[in-house]
Write a protein that binds this ligand. Structure first.
Ligand code: SAH
Length: 356
């Protein structure tokens, strides 16, 4: 369900210029509004105090002031912050901030729930409720930024929260344009990563429109196993997926594809599995991210013992692949990969004077 009126953040700075122009509002005003929206973090036109009163009142009549409110947020012992965000129609989505020494990564959602039903993912158990609008994606950056300590800012954004970004492509592309635009969040393209479980026909579409990093949730190196873990593989099997990946322009050592591989004990973590993965990735510039599975209630999967994960990693590294074994972040607050399911979080640890 869409709200009755749009939000100014439904439009990237370039689109806003075009929109204002067609409505007889000057480009100067469009840029001034963009500055409020992104540099100053103010989405409510009624509070854009240096606009002429008449324009301010008109925008306040025509646009929603806010797309998301922080319902509650939790802080992990490792510094990870997860927030449950409420949409105008009271749906709950989640976003996660991951502060590290050199950077602070925000993980954003693109759908309420997800239709893909990957076997080990908590979000997949929800099914799809609806796509998020552009402002609902972009405002995650604003609301989450407000939860950071004053000396920190968001440096990287990954589209790895709830939902499948390529099934909400138009909104994801417009949101990315706002992230990258100099009058938007002015982020470098290499700091933005869009992850897909493999909606193959839309991969080229995405990359033709925005120059982001691509991550692919692989998890298995044979169709038989991947059909089971990532059901969209039945529609777009590995041969089609890799056909599309190898056709990506600019692919190379400086622009590799990131592959996520969730390690599931006894399912996809043997040395044989690792060797199959090496064979599959041969010829594709790749960085592999191994993620020991994060369990969630009702899931039969367990993470492999550390030495099993290390051995898997060694097979890949010895074959010359760049591989990292991701240390799970925020698992104590269910903020880790595949744990986003918007369960009620009755004990807000960071109560939010900023929300409302
Ligand atoms: N739908 C997109 C975006 C979500 S990214 C995609 O699949 O790429 C979230 C990542 O976390 C995906 O790689 C997903 O497969 C992985 N993941 C899901 N559940 C997980 C779990 N329980 N433990 C570890 N990783 C998980």
């Amino acid at each position: 369900m869409k709200p009755a009126r749009p939000n100014l953040r439904d439009f990237s700075p370039a689109t806003l210029r075009a929109r204002f122009k067609s409505e007889g509002i000057s480009l100067f005003r469009a840029d001034q509004v963009a500055q409020w929206l992104y540099a100053r973090g103010e989405g409510d036109p009624a509070r854009m105090t240096d606009l002429p009163a008449e324009l301010r009142e008109r925008l306040a009549r025509e646009y929603e002031p806010r797309a998301l409110r922080v319902r509650d947020s939790q802080r992990s012992v490792d510094g990870t912050i997860k927030a449950a965000l409420l949409t105008h129609d009271e749906r709950v989505i989640e976003a996660v901030l991951i502060p590290e020494e050199e950077r602070t990564t925000l993980c954003v959602s693109t759908q309420v729930g997800c239709p893909l039903a990957c076997s080990f993912c908590a979000t997949g158990t929800l099914g799809l409720e609806r796509n998020l609008g552009v402002a609902e994606i972009v405002e995650q950056v604003v609301r989450m930024g407000e939860l950071l300590p004053g000396d920190r800012r968001i440096t990287n954004i990954v589209f790895m929260g709830m939902g499948e970004p390529l099934l909400n492509l138009a909104s994801v592309v417009e949101a990315v344009r706002t992230l990258l635009h100099p009058k938007g969040f002015a982020m470098a393209p290499r700091r933005v990563t869009v992850s897909t479980a493999g909606v193959v026909p839309r991969i080229a579409d995405l990359l033709a429109q925005v120059p982001v990093n691509l991550a692919v949730s692989l998890h298995a190196a044979t169709d038989a196993l991947r059909d089971e873990l990532v059901p969209i593989n039945k529609k777009f099997p590995l041969a089609e997926l890799f056909g599309a990946l190898r056709a990506i322009p600019r692919l190379g050592r400086r622009h590799p594809i990131f592959f996520e591989y969730t390690l599931l004990a006894g399912v996809n973590d043997s040395s044989e599995d690792a060797r199959r993965l090496v064979d599959l990735l041969r010829g594709t510039p790749a960085k592999v991210n191994l993620i020991p599975v994060n369990p969630h209630p009702g899931s039969p999967y367990r993470a492999p013992a550390p030495e099993v994960a290390e051995r898997f990693m060694a097979v890949l590294a010895n074959a010359g692949l760049t591989v990292t074994l991701r240390r799970s972040r925020g698992a104590d607050i269910d903020a880790a990969c595949g744990q986003l399911a918007a369960r009620p979080a009755p004990r807000p640890a960071v109560s939010s004077a900023l929300s409302g």
